[in-house]
Design a protein around this ligand. Sequence first.
Ligand SMILES: [Zn+2]
Length: 69
Amino acid sequence: MKKGIHPQYKDTKFICACGNEFTAQSTLDEVHIEICSKCHPFYSGKQGNKKMTGNVEKFNKKYGIKQEK
Ligand SMILES: [Zn+2]
């Protein structure tokens, strides 16, 4: 890699809407996210379907239910 043209990566704190926090390499200091591997239905395994294509509305609905917690 050439020096000077790449942004410096550092430990970034990711804070999810569900309260989960984790760190990852990024150029930012802190990132607020709305969904993470802990609360995403796909990763939590609660949905259990393989349909990951499109349909934002469906996704938001699922997430809305999750938010009530
Ligand atoms: Zn989360």
